[in-house]
Design a binder for this molecule. Structure first.
Ligand SMILES: Cc1cc2nc3c(=O)[nH]c(=O)nc-3n(C[C@H](O)[C@H](O)[C@H](O)COP(=O)(O)O)c2cc1C
Length: 188
C-alpha cells in the first residue's frame, strides 16, 4: 500500500463530544503509511451561493476546499440531530461541493461511523448522510456498517473507550476503511 491520506469530519462541535472521542480513537488505529487528518468544521460560515457568485468566498471556505481536494478518503463520525445529520456536517458537505463544477469531494472513498448515547446508534443520521454522497460522488464503504449506540457507557471520563469489544469492532472497521481507501484511490 502506498501512502494515503484521509480527512476525519466530526459532526459535533461540542467540547466533550462523544464523536470526537471515537474519531480520536479510530485515527490512532491507522497504519504508519496512512495519515488521518482531523478537519475543523467550526469556522465554516453557512453556505451562501452569493459569496461564490461574487467571487469573494470566505477564506475559511477556500481553505477547507483546499484541504479536502487532495484527500484520498473521508471518514465521517457523526451524531444524529432530530433523526438526521447535524447542520454543521451538512454545511461542510455543501461548502466543499461548490462552486458548481468544482466539487472537492468528487471520487473519494468514504466511510461513516454514527454515534449516539441512545440505543439506535444514530441510524437515521448514518443513512441520511448516505443520500448526498451519491450526488457528491463519495464512494461509500458499505460493509461493515458502524452504529455506536449507548456510547456514554463505553467511554470513561477522559473519553477513552473502556469496552474491549467496541475497540475490536472499531479496529475491524478501520481495517476495512483503510483497505477501501486504498482500493478506490488506486483505481484513479
Ligand atoms: C438538536 C439535537 C437533536 C438531537 N437529536 C437526536 C436524535 O435524533 N437521535 C439521537 O440519538 N440523539 C439525538 N440528540 C442527542 C445527541 O445524540 C447527543 O447530544 C450526543 O451527545 C451528540 O453527540 P456528541 O456527544 O458527539 O456531541 C440530539 C441532540 C441535539 C443537541
Amino acid at each position: 500500500m502506498s501512502n494515503k491520506r484521509a480527512g476525519v469530519f466530526v459532526g459535533s462541535l461540542r467540547r466533550g463530544s462523544y464523536c470526537k472521542s471515537i474519531a480520536k480513537f479510530v485515527s490512532s488505529l491507522a497504519p504508519n503509511n496512512f495519515k488521518m487528518d482531523m478537519i475543523d468544521l467550526s469556522k465554516l460560515a453557512m453556505y451562501n451561493q452569493d459569496l461564490d457568485d461574487d467571487g469573494n468566498p470566505p477564506k475559511e471556505w477556500t481553505e477547507f476546499r483546499a484541504k479536502v481536494k487532495p484527500l484520498d478518503g473521508c471518514l465521517f463520525v457523526t451524531p444524529e440531530y432530530n433523526r438526521s445529520v447535524p447542520a454543521v456536517l451538512k454545511n461542510a458537505l455543501d461548502v466543499g461541493s461548490r462552486p458548481y463544477g468544482k466539487n472537492a469531494w468528487d471520487g473519494k472513498a468514504g466511510g461513516i461511523i454514527s454515534v449516539s448515547p441512545g440505543s439506535l446508534g444514530a441510524f437515521g443520521a448514518n443513512h441520511h448522510l448516505r443520500q448526498p454522497m451519491a450526488f457528491l460522488n463519495i464512494l461509500m464503504l458499505q460493509q461493515p456498517e458502524a452504529y455506536i449506540g449507548n456510547v456514554a457507557s463505553i467511554l470513561n471520563e477522559k473519553g477513552e473507550i473502556t469496552s474491549e469489544s467496541t475497540r475490536q469492532f472499531l479496529k475491524n472497521y478501520m481495517d476495512a476503511f483503510v483497505k477501501w481507501v486504498d482500493t478506490i484511490s488506486d483505481m484513479k
